[in-house]
Design a protein around this ligand. Structure first.
Ligand SMILES: N[C@@H](CCC(=O)N[C@@H](CS)C(=O)NCC(=O)O)C(=O)O
Ligand SMILES: [Fe+2]
Length: 363
């Protein structure tokens, strides 16, 4: 076996590389886009096939390399189904396993809290905890739909119940630490050891950390596996032309086209008419910074990646036949979101074609 713990010094992110040198299959966990050449060199040097690129969550501080690894090597991208990454090849569920090599298996342990879709991965005697459990700390829970109570439950019930000598490999470390183990973390982690859930929540609510510098830029891109929306479109066009046989996976544009066949789109004119004459839940699924730069009056912001979780909290929508109009920047994310809402049982969902860009032109 070949196992490497790699570190991106800019974002203090750990990436994990596991390869079975006998049958030449490899897996990456949380690859960082600026480190891509290192992964490609490692893979070429050992003549490996990269089978999976696994994400512990949608990252807020760096761009993932998973989309590029899919394009260049045909690796399958995999992220939790709760992350809103419709373009990922595999929508991971708790308990899933990823088989690779002769008899290697990585087991998925759901550890929500840092984000609703945060996962840990267990391989042999090692657990890759993403930004759930960090060494002597844990991931923050104050953005991206984070929840401190869930974080406490996930860490104490799913991770601290692993054998004491399980090695903990975190998603980040900001103090120069590399590894820990379950015994150390469960007994001495200052945020968790001997703390009740209420005490933990209190600590997490008072961290007062500044937002990650790149959050508004990288989260939307990471929802497309680290390839921005426009590039993803170009990529789709190239794939449809069949220019590259390795690029056979469903693209963002394919998913949008599929969604558009199932949902009902209306133009801006019609949307204005409906909004004038009836009471409708107007849903903006863009990111916070886009919303702040301008939005339709009375719209409720729920970024697409938080849709499944946050929509259920809307008291106005307990009746699933309530009218919902959804929009985004150009109509793509709204189409995907409308389709998600239909799948969740909402029956009266409309999406604004052309999104906020079209809306602004009709002011
Ligand atoms: N200074 C970093 C912020 C890093 C950050 O907030 N990291 C998140 C993980 S994405 C976290 O949970 N940090 C925990 C902590 O700082 O205690 C940046 O600007 O990118
Ligand atoms: Fe994170």
């Amino acid at each position: 076996m070949l196992f490497k713990q790699l570190f991106d010094e800019v974002s203090c992110t750990y990436t994990y590389f596991i390869a079975d040198l006998s049958n030449k299959e490899a897996v990456l966990i949380d690859p960082v886009d600026s480190e891509l050449s290192i992964y490609l060199d490692l893979i070429a040097e050992h003549n490996l096939t990269l089978k999976y690129s696994l994400e512990t969550h949608v990252h807020a501080d760096h761009v993932t390399a998973s989309g590029q690894l899919r394009q260049k090597l045909g690796a399958k991208t995999a992220v939790s189904s709760l992350c809103g990454v419709g373009s990922a090849d595999i929508q991971i569920q708790d308990g899933d396993t990823f088989e690779f090599g002769d008899a290697e298996s990585i087991k998925v342990i759901s550890t929500p809290g840092h984000t609703p879709g945060s996962l840990s991965f267990l391989w042999r005697d090692r657990v890759f905890t993403g930004d759930s459990l960090l060494l002597g700390g844990c991931g923050r829970t104050d953005f991206q739909g984070g929840n401190a109570g869930d974080q406490y439950d996930g860490i104490t019930q799913r991770l601290f119940t692993l054998p004491d000598d399980t090695i903990v490999y975190p998603g980040h470390d900001y103090k120069g630490q590399w590894i820990g183990n379950i015994a150390q973390e469960s007994r001495h982690n200052p945020r968790l050891a001997g703390k009740t859930k209420e005490e933990f929540v209190e600590i997490m609510e008072n961290l007062n950390l500044p937002k990650p510098k790149l959050i508004d830029i990288v989260v939307p891109v990471n929802r497309y596996c680290g390839i921005d929306e426009e590039l993803a479109n170009q990529d789709a066009e190239q794939r449809i032309e069949g220019s590259d046989p390795k690029r056979q996976n469903a693209s963002v544009q394919d998913l949008v086209n599929e969604a558009k066949q199932k949902i009902t789109e209306i133009d801006v004119q019609k949307a204005k008419e409906i909004l004038r004459n009836s009471s409708v839940f107007l849903l903006d699924v863009r990111e916070e910074n886009e919303f702040e730069a301008g939005h339709i009056e009375n719209a409720v912001l729920i970024p697409r990646g938080q849709l499944e979780i946050k929509i259920a909290e809307q008291t106005e929508l307990t009746d699933k036949s309530s009218a919902i109009i959804v929009y985004c920047g150009s109509g793509m994310r709204a189409a995907l979101s409308a389709n998600t809402l239909l799948n969740m049982g909402y029956t009266n969902v409309l999406s604004i074609a052309g999104g906020y860009q079209a809306w602004k032109q009709k002011l």
